[in-house]
Structure formats: C-alpha cells, structure tokens
Write a protein that binds this ligand. Structure first.
Ligand code: UDP
Length: 237
C-alpha cells in the first residue's frame, strides 16, 4: 500500500489541495428512479453512485421467509467502466464482502420487524469509482431507504479516515488510498453515534487510530447533514 516515493502531503496540503480534515465535495439527490420504491444519486468527489430500493414485498422462495421480520439484502456492484482498468462484470470477493457489510449496517436501522415474510432489496451501482465507494454506496442506500418510506431508527452516515505519509487525514482520495499507509471506513447512526461498520486496511498506532476515528465520525456527521437536506428536497424541486 505505502509508497515512500509519492509525496501525498506537502506544506499541510494534500494532492488535491484539501486540508487534513476536509471532505471532498458531496452532492446527494433523492428520488431519481421511476421504477424503484426509493432511490438516490450521490456524487462524492469523483465517485458516482446510484442506490435503488425495492420492497418491502413478499419473499420468494417461501422457505426463506421469516415470520418475525423482513429480510434485507444488498447487492453492491461496480460497473465495468467505473474504474481505470475495466472491471470484469459480475460479483467478486470484494463486491460480496461490501454487499455483506453494507447489508449488516442497514439492518441495524431498518425496522425489519414491521414487515414479516417480506424482502427489502437494496441495489448499489458504482458508476464511477475513486476510493471510498463502500461509504458512498452505504450513504446513498440509506437515503434511498428513507425515500422509499421504510421506517428507520436513524440514517446511516459514513466516512473514511486514514494515514498518508505521517499524517492522519479524513476521506482518502484515490492516490491516498492506493499509496497511503492505512484506510479506516466507518458508518455510524448519527444521532447516537453508534458504529455499524468499521474496517481497517493497513496499520495504525492506537493514537493514530483514535485520531482517524474522530475525523471519520466528524466527516460522517457532515455527510448526515447532506443526507437530511437531500431528503428534505424531495417533492420540492
Ligand atoms: N478499485 C479499482 N478496481 C477494483 C476495485 C477497486 O480500481 O476492482 C479502486 C476504486 O477506485 C476503489 C478503490 O480502488 O474506490 C478502493 O477500493 P477499496 O476496496 O479500498 O474500497 P472503497 O475504498 O471503494 O470502499
């Protein structure tokens, strides 16, 4: 991961000019698809993501049904044209992992017990990837679920932080993710600051981890405001 030949931070500024605690530009629009029950389009730096929700509807085959709650499943997919080297279409280890951790995080907020025997499908399509797509996808999916009118305890807000050179910074860009020392994506329930996803790639000391965690939670709190604003706009423009 780390590459000492690439100077990722110089005079306190990162490659794209950001400060250590500055997020990339984020835009979210809820309600972008006619045929989904809920949807959202999200831009996060150069990431471009669509999330679509279908359901709740009856789950088939029937033996998968749970009479006590709905089954929430998630499919994270990267388009073939979303990355520099063409991505081979179809699921792979990475997309299966991201689908799983995303579904696990969303199950913490969706009130699944309200829909026995049902399924809620969440699709995340990465149209353009530039690091941090699991966070971008999860933030979009949470807005799409709320847009679908599915009862939730909270939104899920996300952000990464990590270490580049000797500095701990928020929201790693592509080069920072590729050549940095460590990357910590998190997802929180913003009102209670409860963590529903936390992963780490690379190595950090305890102190560095604490700093990264704090920066990522602050970042996710900013993302929460953008998510709420996107939902408030529905039916407006
Ligand atoms: N990436 C890529 N090809 C792949 C998978 C990932 O070019 O098959 C890039 C993409 O820009 C992605 C980044 O590597 O955003 C970091 O991927 P990672 O697995 O760390 O997940 P992410 O940061 O997107 O959540």
């Amino acid at each position: 991961m780390a590459n000492k030949d690439i100077e990722l931070i110089k005079d306190g500024k990162r490659l794209d000019g950001r400060r250590f605690d500055e997020l990339r530009n984020i835009k979210i629009k809820a309600g972008v698809l006619e045929r989904a029950d809920g949807s959202a389009y999200l831009e996060w730096g150069k990431n471009r993501v669509i999330a679509a929700v279908y359901g709740p509807r009856n789950l088939h085959p029937k033996f998968l049904q749970d009479p006590t709650k709905a089954y929430l499943r998630c499919t994270y997919n990267m388009a073939a044209f979303s990355v520099e080297d063409r991505k081979r279409p179809g699921p792979d280890r990475r997309s299966v992992e991201i689908s799983k951790v995303t579904a696990d995080a969303l199950r913490c907020v969706v009130m699944l017990e309200k829909y026995p025997n049902a399924v809620i499908d969440v699709f995340i399509e990465i149209l353009q990837a530039d690091a941090g797509t699991r966070c971008a996808g999860l933030a979009a999916a949470s807005v799409a679920l709320a847009h679908a009118g599915i009862p939730m305890k909270d939104l899920v807000s996300t952000c990464t932080a990590g270490k580049i050179g000797d500095e701990v910074v928020v929201d790693l860009g592509k080069e920072e993710d590729n050549y940095g020392e460590a990357d910590v994506p998190i997802a929180i329930l913003p009102t209670k600051k409860e963590v529903v996803l936390l992963q780490m790639d690379g190595k950090l000391t305890r102190e560095e981890f604490d700093k990264a965690y704090e920066l990522a939670v602050d970042g996710a709190t900013k993302v929460y405001e953008i998510q709420k604003a996107a939902l408030a706009m529905v039916g407006g423009n």
